[in-house]
Design a protein. Structure first.
Lengths: 343, 228
């Protein structure tokens, strides 16, 4: 059994009075690639900062390689590194930026050749970039330099927070390749937060969704995101499309003022046509907009879209074949409002 | 208009002829200001960093006091220092009145809040991504502090230049604490004030030009350092 690199227990974090993270438990296995998805403001960056030991959680424990650790602990700070969406480059040359981490570790052996190798791993040439100043780089080049500054350290854990969100296609490709090479070459554990679901499903072993600071298993349970209309007599509803018009999802009475409506995948029935007189109080019409095969399990991650509402549903290869799933195919999702939980 | 031109000519003459009173005034100015700047920077940079970097209970009131001290009138500082180091004052036995050391103490009181307040503002405005980056690259506390200071070095240089400008051009402290004693505690600014009072405008202008020259030389040197 592989050892867990991370174990998070009863983790909570607040900014002022606002709770931004509330995680009962999470384990990240050594050498794995974990995809982290969720809307903006859901708590992804906060979680990654805590995992990078750059932020102390308000409550809870972070265990790293079997030991409880805290920010700036010498045992972790040279083993975990985080690349943010807009990384800060130090006001010095590219060479000095990449060498910074090694210099503070007093590791100055073969700096030139190692920096050359790190730059090459992100598709930049030593001759063209090493002696440029920080302000002489484009956004994509700066991101790749920041990535090289982390890869040269050969970290045990590489945390990537939206690493390709604000860079061009070429830079994004280089960063993706470099991060996957890190696992291949020295068994680096990766946690990647990204909105780029196709890439995330393609490269990651497991995916976790985060919403309102809470974790959900991607493809096994689904968040029905706010806003919720609480003014209807029949109960709270989530409108599909324009408020007050067309289809809606009927929700059970709300239990928590700031809760999220969640439905388990096993409670959802997928059909080709609506069924009358069957007692399903939620029947949502939509179509499949994308299908991706998970690398590890060969399951099909399918995006179901109904106007502004979408769900990522995970099908086994047999289920996908039985339903004759294809992109563009019209489907009906049916589920009972009583099966929806508030969390 | 003629006396201004005459002032320029006189300035050149004084400098070329190594006029003793001019050079002693320049020397006194540089000694007192350099000494006060070294102490202000040595104490003000770490204090400013602590004030800007950390959050603690009395931070806001302390910043308000410090910001108020930025506009400290030099005569008030002179008066305060005079009261402390005069023979009747608590530090009277050290014989600091009418010495360059006394002037340096007063100028340090003037420069310290400037260095501290500007440093604190600069550190407060450091990009939060910087600390995150340093932690994620494995930096410890000492590395974080040193690298943060190095990252804002141009701002700190500006703080030093601002404080030096204030120290170099002040009259109140030098006049009250130094006593404007020729060949001893007479600085360029007190000499200008004296010469102007005597009606010797040309001499005053000459010394003024020397003072501007020093300020210019300091700025050129710092600008050169910045480019390096």
């Amino acid at each position: 059994m592989t050892q867990a690199t991370y174990k998070l227990n009863q983790l909570q974090h607040y900014y002022g009075d606002k709770r931004v993270l509330d995680i009962d438990g999470l384990q990240i296995q050594k050498g794995s690639i974990t995809g982290l998805t969720g809307p903006n403001g859901s708590g992804k960056s906060t979680l990654l900062k805590i995992m990078a030991f750059a932020l102390k959680p308000t409550a809870g424990e972070v265990w790293f390689n079997g030991r409880r650790e805290v920010p700036l602990s010498p045992r972790v700070r040279s083993r975990v590194t985080l690349l943010t969406q807009k990384p800060y480059l130090l006001k010095r040359s590219v060479f000095d930026n990449i060498a910074y981490g090694l210099k503070i570790r007093r590791d100055r052996d073969n700096l030139d050749s190692r920096i050359k190798e790190a730059l090459a791993s992100v598709g930049l040439s030593y001759e063209g970039f090493a002696h440029r100043q920080w302000h002489q780089l484009s956004g994509g080049e700066a991101q790749r330099v920041a990535m090289a500054a982390r890869l040269i350290l050969k970290p045990e854990v590489l945390l990537l927070d939206e690493p390709v969100a604000s860079v061009d296609t070429k830079s994004a490709g280089q960063i993706r390749r470099a991060s996957l090479t890190a696992r291949k070459d020295w068994g680096c554990t990766l946690v990647i937060a990204s909105h780029d679901l196709p890439w995330l499903y393609e490269c990651s072993d497991t995916q976790i969704s985060i919403a309102n600071g809470r974790l959900f298993s991607t493809g096994k349970e689904h968040i029905i995101p706010p806003p919720y209309d609480l003014s209807q007599k029949k109960g709270p509803v989530k409108w599909i499309g324009t408020k007050g018009k067309g289809e809606y999802i009927l929700l059970p009475p709300r239990e928590k003022p700031d809760g999220f409506a969640v439905i388990q995948q096993e409670k959802i029935r997928i059909c080709r046509e609506k069924e009358k007189k069957t007692g399903w109080d939620n029947q949502i019409t939509g179509e499949i907009t994308s299908m991706l095969m998970e690398k590890s399990s060969h399951h099909i991650m399918t995006t179901f879209q109904a106007k502004n509402f979408s769900l990522n549903i995970r099908f086994s290869p047999d289920q996908a074949a039985a339903l004759k799933l294809l992109p563009g195919k019209r489907l009906i999702l049916m589920f009972h409002s009583r099966d929806i939980e508030w969390r | 208009m003629d006396f201004i031109v005459a002032g320029f000519i006189k300035a050149i003459e004084l400098l070329i002829n190594f006029d003793h009173s001019t050079y002693t005034a320049v020397s006194a100015t540089l000694q007192a200001s350099t000494c006060s700047m070294l102490i202000s920077l040595g104490a003000g940079l770490p204090c400013g960093f602590l004030l800007g970097y950390f959050n603690f209970k009395w931070k806001r009131p302390l910043r308000t006091v410090l910001d108020t001290l930025l506009a400290l009138p030099t005569v008030s500082v002179g008066l305060l220092v005079y009261a402390f180091i005069s023979s009747q004052g608590p530090l009277g036995q050290f014989g600091l009145l009418f010495t360059l050391t006394g002037i340096a103490i007063g100028q340090t009181i003037l420069a310290f809040p400037i260095v501290t307040a500007i440093t604190a503002s600069i550190v407060e405005n450091i990009d939060p991504e910087l600390k995150l980056t340093l932690v994620s690259l494995g930096a410890g506390k000492r590395n974080i502090i040193m690298t943060c200071l190095w990252e804002v070095r141009y701002g700190l240089l500006a703080a030093a230049v601002t404080a030096y400008g204030r120290v170099l051009t002040e009259v109140g402290i030098s006049m009250m604490v130094g006593g404007n004693i020729k060949y001893h505690t007479r600085t360029i600014t007190t000499a200008i004030a004296l010469e102007t009072n005597k009606g010797m405008f040309a001499d005053g202008i000459a010394l003024g030009i020397v003072l501007i020259g020093i300020a210019f030389a300091v700025n050129i040197s710092l600008s050169f350092l910045r480019k390096q």
